[in-house]
Design a protein around this ligand. Structure first.
Ligand code: HEC
Ligand code: HEC
Ligand code: HEC
Ligand code: HEC
Length: 381
């Protein structure tokens, strides 16, 4: 954004929703971490200068009052046209926002699908109006007020296309929900539908010429080539430090001893399988926890599951407990828990790809190929 603004361009910065949380409902044990993370995201968006922010289904995970608190706390420009209070039927957030840039009036409204109330926190207090009907009313109203009408949609690409077909008059739909990466916007009638994946991995930029409706769409991956902003880096550092404090063993009552469980740790295997142990020691699996420590992410519940063994399972790795002998991706991450194992035939030997896919999933390791990688981890005879 700093680079964009350098040449005098005034960008309109938008988000289609599902910003704060990655699941709904959020399991109780990771709620404190997710709340901390949402705080950092909110603070960062405020700093970036977000112009409008739609509410998505996942954003409701801690309830509507939580979001209202955020809005009040740091004044984020939430918009939602179809979330209403159940009792007085008023919209909970502004149903639209009008921004004026260099004399041009831009109207932005937001839609969420009708989601079941299950798991949406204090959902009993709110109701969600049918999106298409709401869109029709909004377009009719906003076309009279603005030069450009933009919809921030949490409906998903299929629904966005349907809306664009059935309700003319929306210039641009910034979509989300189904995490598509649209290098080129989808054109339905006069409407352009944009989407730029998820988790801030890509930034989509649309330069739109209102006169002849031509446009240039650019998708920029947020990788190491993008220069870092000191203030945002500071926020991230404070977040990681807060996680270390949150999940720290220190200062907490002595952890209950981990019951002698199904996982026993690699040191125990080494007693009978020294050769395989030596081989494993030389692999990256044996340093997977160190990788997190180096980044101060070793207490991040969104990381440890794949960089340790038997996370939260009996005898496996747990946060906030002394379980040093079960860090890293150990023998039992591949061969399965070994407590009952005495000899041949009672422990997994042949690896199905599903074993690896538990961690080498399509998000973290899209190029994973079992045929080529299995030879790198196959223990010697
Ligand atoms: C007390 C000794 C002992 C310990 C401890 C031990 N194993 Fe074994 N393991 C054996 C014996 C014996 C065999 C059979 C070897 C053979 O017949 O060549 C075996 C076989 C295996 C096999 C091959 C299984 C098969 O069906 O061919 C795997 C895999 C294995 N062990 C993994 C582990 C893992 C992982 C651990 C630690 C959780 C472990 N072992 C701990 C003794 C042990
Ligand atoms: C418990 C999670 C987990 C499981 C199960 C797992 N891995 Fe990994 N694997 C990792 C992690 C994490 C790394 C990166 C470690 C690091 O460098 O910090 C990794 C690294 C690797 C690497 C080295 C990196 C590379 O791309 O060259 C290979 C090869 C690999 N894994 C293959 C496999 C195969 C094959 C299986 C299944 C038999 C498997 N892994 C099962 C988590 C896992
Ligand atoms: C779903 C499982 C999974 C989760 C969750 C996960 N990782 Fe990994 N990670 C992997 C696998 C598999 C690899 C190895 C493949 C690769 O390098 O892409 C890896 C590799 C890495 C590497 C590269 C290691 C190297 O030296 O090249 C880093 C750094 C890393 N992970 C950090 C993290 C952090 C930080 C988090 C939490 C924000 C995290 N991981 C969460 C599975 C996971
Ligand atoms: C990334 C997954 C992975 C990890 C981690 C791993 N292994 Fe293996 N191991 C394999 C694979 C794959 C084979 C080969 C299975 C086959 O025969 O097809 C194997 C084979 C074995 C065998 C049988 C060897 C033989 O042919 O007689 C033993 C024993 C064994 N592993 C023990 C261990 C021990 C002990 C550790 C930890 C120190 C360990 N493994 C860590 C994947 C793994």
């Amino acid at each position: 954004m700093e680079q964009v603004k350098k040449d005098g361009t005034i960008p309109l910065i938008l988000d289609s929703g599902n910003l704060f949380f990655s699941q709904n409902p959020i399991p109780a044990d990771i709620k404190p971490q997710m709340a901390l993370k949402a705080d950092v995201i909110a603070e960062a968006y405020k700093k970036i200068g977000i112009d409008a922010l739609n509410i998505g289904e996942l954003d409701l995970a801690l309830g509507i009052n939580y979001l209202l608190g955020k809005k009040k706390g740091i004044d984020l420009p939430f918009v939602s046209s179809n979330i209403i209070y159940a009792d007085n039927e008023k919209t909970v957030f502004p149903p639209f926002i009008i921004r004026e840039i260099k004399g041009l009036k831009i109207a932005i409204f937001g839609l969420i699908p009708v989601v079941s109330s299950a798991g949406t926190g204090d959902a009993k207090d709110i109701r969600i109006l049918p999106p298409a009907e709401t869109a029709r009313k909004m377009v009719e109203r906003l076309r009279k007020k603005a030069d450009i009408v933009i919809l921030l949609s949490n409906l998903g690409q299929g629904e966005d296309e349907k809306l664009a077909r059935e309700i003319p008059g929306i210039d641009i739909i910034v979509g989300g929900r189904n995490r598509a990466l649209l290098q080129t916007p989808v054109r339905v009638g006069d409407t352009l539908i944009l989407q730029a994946q998820a988790q801030g991995k890509q930034i989509g930029r649309l330069d739109f010429n209102l006169t002849d409706r031509t446009f240039v769409n650019t998708i920029t991956p947020m990788d190491d080539k993008v220069s870092k902003n000191e203030e945002i880096e500071g926020m991230l550092k404070r977040y990681k430090d807060a996680l270390v404090a949150l999940h720290s063993v220190k200062g907490k009552p002595a952890p209950q001893a981990v019951s002698p469980g199904a996982y026993i740790g690699e040191a125990a295997c080494a007693r009978c399988h020294q050769r395989q142990r030596d081989f494993w020691k030389g692999s990256r699996h044996a340093r997977a926890y160190e990788t997190l420590v180096k980044r101060n992410s070793h207490t991040d519940l969104e990381c440890v599951g794949c960089h340790t063994t038997g996370f939260n399972l009996q005898g496996g790795f747990r946060l906030g407990m002394e379980t040093p002998d079960i860090r890293n991706v150990q023998c039992e991450a591949c061969h399965g828990p070994g407590r009952e194992h005495k000899g041949r035939g009672d422990i997994r030997r042949v690896m199905e790809i599903s074993v690896c896919r538990g961690c080498h999933d399509t998000a973290k390791d899209p190029g994973f190929n079992i045929a080529s990688s299995i030879n790198k981890v196959r223990c010697p005879k």
